[in-house]
Each structure stands twice: as C-alpha cells, then as structure tokens.
Design a protein. Structure first.
Length: 299
C-alpha cells in the first residue's frame, strides 16, 4: 500500500514470515504514460518500506508499483499496488500557526502551508473560531492569504480557532486537509475601555477624598455635640436617689449605724502608783504654799 503525507510518499508492505533465512525485497515502478517497469533504488532490501525517489514526486503522475520477495533461490510473484496519483491520494496535513497578534477586537494570525507550493497551486484556508464559553457556536471564514485577521471579537474574551487547508486541484475538484489543533487566546482591553476605567478610578478616589474632608469638617464643627452624645449620661447613686424621693427615710441613722459597726482599736495606759502619789503630794504642797501666800497677802 502507498502511504502519502503532504506529497511525501512511500510503499509499505507486510513482511514474509519464514522459519530460517533472510528475506529480501525488490520494488519496481511504472507510470501511466510509459508501460515499462523500472527499478527505484529498492532492490534486494531487508526493509518493508521503500520511499519514492525525487523522480516520482510529480503530483499529477499516475504511478503503479510492484514488489516481490526473495529467499535464496526462491522468488515470489510480483504484488502490484493500485494506481497512485499524489494530488488526489495524498493526505494533506494541517497548516502550522506561526504567529498570533492579539488585539481588543481581533486576532491577526500568520500560518505556514503544510507543504511547499508549486507553480499553479491554489490553497484556501478554512478558519473556524468560537468563544470559549458554555456556548459552542462556531463561525467560519475563508481566505487565500497566509496572514489573515479574525475580526468582530469581544474584548477581554477567550477565543479559540483552528485552521484547515483546502487544496484546489481543479475548479470543480478540491481536497481538504486535516484541521490544526485548536489554539486559544484572550483579547485585550481597548483604549476606550482603559480610559473609562482610569476615569472611573479617578472619580471614585476623588469622591472618597471629598467624603473624608467633609467628615473631618463635620467632626470639627460639631465636636461638642459629638462629645456630649458620645459620653454616658450622669446618674445619681441609687441610695441618694431613694432619699431624694422620700426624705423621711432613716438614711442618716443607717449611716450612723454603719459607723458604729466599724471596728475600733482599744488603747491602754500603764502607769506607776508610787510615782503617782509623790506627784500628788508635791502637787498638794505646792497648792498649800500658794494658799498661804495668798492669805498673807490679804492680811
């Protein structure tokens, strides 16, 4: 069977199983224009694959191949492949995404074709893109340029896209290639939105500053009122309040009783009796002498 990917082709076959010995393989080819078998650098090889030579890389040629096995002197019959035309039977791979420039409302994408183009080749790129959210609605666009722009996108939104090549063989014959792996990018914020955010932040900051200034001014202007309302009200003690309500209540007696119940310390005086009598005698003598002198004075 012929395997071809992006116009690079090779013939592959199943190996011949034997108990002993080494099996060798030989490959021939012929084209639709010349019905003559020729060798293609795959003679008596051990591999089970033979790559096409540069001569057979013409995309529009019809090529037929055959292979046979050899084991010593034994040779198998030729096994032929189906006619192969590269531009019809090759598998076209996905293009390579080279660069993506992200804007607020678009993605500028640069891709590389999956194969080298030849004169007369015409490729179209099918671009599928969608918003990476719960919605899976996809949009598609076509372009023949390797640099294209995906437009009308929402800002600050994650978008995914994939690209597929369409190889136009004839106006009524096209061949689609494989899709690329999805790539996702988030769009940026626009200059207008950024300016709106800056103005909004400035206004909010200005409002907070004015609010703080007004608050400080009101605190200074009404600080006495604030001080009055912030302090707890004065309250008369409960026992004075009861007395004021009923002056006849024995409040003073109760206070005196409380005073009498207070503990008192006792004081003891110790003195000498003889010294006391002497003092008393001397005091009486002095008093007697003062009395006599008084009487003599009166006489």
């Amino acid at each position: 069977m012929v395997y071809s990917y992006n116009f690079r082709s090779s013939l592959r076959w199943s190996p011949v199983k034997v108990d002993r010995g080494l099996v060798l393989y030989t490959v021939h080819f012929k084209t639709g224009a010349f019905n003559q078998w020729d060798e293609m650098n795959c003679t008596r090889i051990t591999q089970t694959e033979c790559n096409f030579p540069q001569l057979l890389n013409e995309r529009r040629w019809t090529i037929i191949l055959r292979v046979r096995a050899e084991l010593g002197q034994m040779v198998s019959d030729w096994a032929e492949s189906d006619p192969f035309v590269a531009e019809r039977n090759t598998t076209i791979g996905p293009p390579k995404v080279n660069n993506v420039i992200v804007n607020s409302d678009s993605l500028l994408v640069s891709v590389i074709p999956p194969f080298g183009s030849e004169l007369g080749d015409f490729l179209q790129y099918h671009v599928s893109y969608w918003e990476n959210s719960t919605s899976t609605t996809k949009k598609e666009t076509k372009t023949s340029n390797t640099l294209f722009k995906i437009i009308n996108l929402k800002e600050l939104t994650l978008y995914c896209f994939k690209v597929q090549v369409e190889f136009v063989i004839q106006p009524d014959l096209q061949k689609l290639g494989l899709q690329s792996v999805p790539e996702c990018y988030r769009t940026t914020v626009s200059e207008a939105t950024r300016a709106g955010y800056i103005i909004l932040i400035f206004l909010l900051t200005l409002f907070l500053v004015i609010l703080i200034i007004v608050g400080l001014f009101l605190m200074w202007r009404y600080h006495n009122t604030i001080k009055y309302w912030s302090q707890p009200p004065f309250k008369i003690p409960s026992h004075f309040e009861e007395y004021l309500k009923d002056p006849s209540m024995p409040v003073l007696e109760a206070l005196e009783n409380c005073a009498e119940e207070d503990p008192c310390d006792s004081l003891s005086i110790v003195y000498n009796g003889e010294r006391s009598q002497e003092c008393d005698g001397s005091a009486e003598g002095k008093a007697h002498s003062h009395s006599n002198s008084g009487e003599s004075g009166l006489t």
